[in-house]
Design a protein around this ligand. Structure first.
Ligand code: 5GP
Ligand code: MN
Length: 505
């Protein structure tokens, strides 16, 4: 292959030509190096910061995945590398705090002139301002106190979305809509389409409009458009409305919706479910994944119930969030221009509605053991044509997709954990402020990244994924092994932290 040269040990080197800032550059890496190494190589070439998103385009302007599988090329068929998003800004400090800091500095200078050293009291004040600044950076929910300027705070340590911070939410949505409609799913290359079918897909490389195109590809490549006579325009309107109904919060946002749907899509292909379940069942599963967290407020059911929120009142404390996600989904489908189910018979519509309600309500983690135990009991005699068996399997598939971040490559999974903990900490901080019971696994004083993951993987992920793998042994390598590796990674991290603490005087 052009651009591929054998080197010393016989290991082939890949040579990639690409343009960055108008300059032609050449990157060389071993064909067997890791995805992280390749990404770091291009990150260095682009002089990008860790929070920037890198985008690689091929000659026809399509985004290609930055991975060791990147196709080698020549100088005249070079890729184009771009740093597309860099809206990550530090938290804007409230003006009062800035003024106070400035006054403190002036005072300090003056006192030093007189006393030749900073007095204790000023050191103390400086420490207090510093610690308050740190708190502000972490405690995003203080936005409601009017301390943070709209649009200036970031939600997660994960790569930020390509969002121009001067745009209002409405303007931003319009921009995403235009970009989405101007892109055709035909522009998505075969390579990306194939990659989309695997759990190694990296969501952080794509912006919202592109994710919408990829969702469109999923519906198209599962033949839903032809099977259910879905008009492409209705699908686009539906997907766009779904995007608009996810909130800009650290974890339960549109990116999470995309990841869960993409994992479901991957599982459908990996397990060959197209030949085991009906097309209607597949539509139910994919659309449930897409809608399963619609309008999530960033505070869980326990909070809803304890704080007696409108949602808890409306749904009598029974899975308030999941009931809401599902109701929002059918609210979107009730708009004629978004109704992807409008060409179906009443009977089919009822079937799909019933199926989606069951699947979305099944994502309430307080029902985890109930559903897993049912599935376990069916396992020895599992029958794809048995209605009850099939329904439980569909719930399990949505549940697995929902909590599948740790089945992804570490560099994709770890930023998700930062997002999750940020949302957890927001909730426990609010609980403390309001005097509500504090949810222990969300308490920033009690949990850390490793402690939160080791127990979640041991007691939730492994038992669930193992059960699904019994039915589909091929999932061992795709979801079980990465989760086992994640457990090892976080166990090592936990041990190292403990040793460090033990070594402290
Ligand atoms: P969801 O709210 O996304 O529908 O349901 C999944 C729930 O499972 C999350 O809210 C969160 O509590 C938990 N969860 C999902 N993934 C992880 C993870 O990687 N680590 C931990 N500790 N909890 C998770
Ligand atoms: Mn979810």
């Amino acid at each position: 292959m052009e651009g591929q040269t054998p080197r010393g040990s016989g290991m082939s080197m890949k040579i990639i030509y690409f343009m960055i800032n108008g300059k032609l550059e050449r990157a060389e890496f071993r064909a067997d190096c890791s995805a992280t190494e390749v990404k770091e190589l291009f990150r260095a070439a682009a002089e990008a910061e860790p929070h920037h998103i890198l985008k690689m385009y091929n000659m026809s302007g399509t985004v290609v995945n930055i991975s060791p599988r990147l196709e080698a090329n020549s100088a005249d068929s070079c890729y184009r590398l771009e740093v597309v998003a860099s809206d990550l800004q530090s938290v804007a400090m409230p003006p009062e705090l800035e003024k106070m800091e400035c006054r403190l500095h002036q005072l300090e200078r003056k006192v030093i002139e007189d006393m030749a050293k900073t007095p204790e009291i000023i050191c103390e004040l400086k420490n207090q301002v510093e610690s308050f600044k740190k708190k502000l950076e972490n405690v995003e929910h203080l936005g409601w106190m009017g301390l943070l300027r709209e649009g200036n705070h970031r939600h997660s340590k994960a790569p930020p979305k390509a969002r121009a911070s001067h745009l209002s939410v409405q303007e931003e949505r319009l921009r995403v809509r235009m970009k989405f409609l101007n892109m055709s799913s035909l522009q998505v290359t075969e390579e990306v389409r194939e990659h989309l079918k695997t759990p190694t897909f990296d969501n952080w490389q794509w912006e919202e409009a592109e994710m919408l195109v990829l969702l469109q590809v999923m519906y198209t490549d599962l033949d839903f458009l032809t099977a259910f006579q879905i008009e492409p325009e209705a699908l686009q309107n539906f997907l766009f409305e779904v995007y608009c109904h996810y909130n800009n919060i650290p974890f339960h946002n549109f990116q999470h919706c995309f990841c869960v749907t993409q994992m479901m899509y991957g599982l459908i292909w990996l397990t060959d479910l197209r030949n085991k379940l009906s097309r209607v069942d597949l539509l139910i599963m994919l659309t449930s994944a897409l809608c399963h967290d619609l309008d999530h407020p960033g505070y869980n059911n326990v909070y809803q119930i304890n704080a007696q929120t409108d949602l808890a009142l409306r749904y009598n404390d029974i899975s308030p969030l999941e009931n809401h996600h599902c109701a929002v989904a059918f609210g979107i489908l009730a708009k004629p221009e978004c109704n992807i189910l409008k060409n179906l018979s009443n009977e089919q519509y009822k079937l799909i509605r019933g199926g989606m309600i069951k699947c979305i309500l099944a994502t309430d983690m307080s029902r985890h053991n109930e559903i897993l135990n049912k599935f376990k009991a069916m396992q020895p005699v599992f029958n794809f044509t048995n209605k009850e068996h099939k329904e439980v399997l569909m719930k399990i598939m949505v549940k697995v997709s929902d909590i599948s971040n740790e089945a992804r490559p570490m560099e994709v999974a770890e930023p998700w954990l930062d997002c999750l903990l940020q949302e957890f900490f927001n909730q426990s901080d609010t609980e403390k402020l309001k005097g509500l019971p504090v949810t222990p696994f969300m308490d920033r004083d009690k949990v850390s990244k490793p402690s939160s993951q080791t127990s979640f993987i041991r007691f939730v992920l492994l038992p669930l994924f193992t059960e699904l793998t019994k039915l589909f042994p091929c999932l061992e390598q795709h979801i079980l092994e990465p989760v086992r590796r994640a457990l090892e990674y976080y166990s090592d991290m936990e041990k190292a932290t403990k040793e460090e603490e033990g070594a402290k005087p």
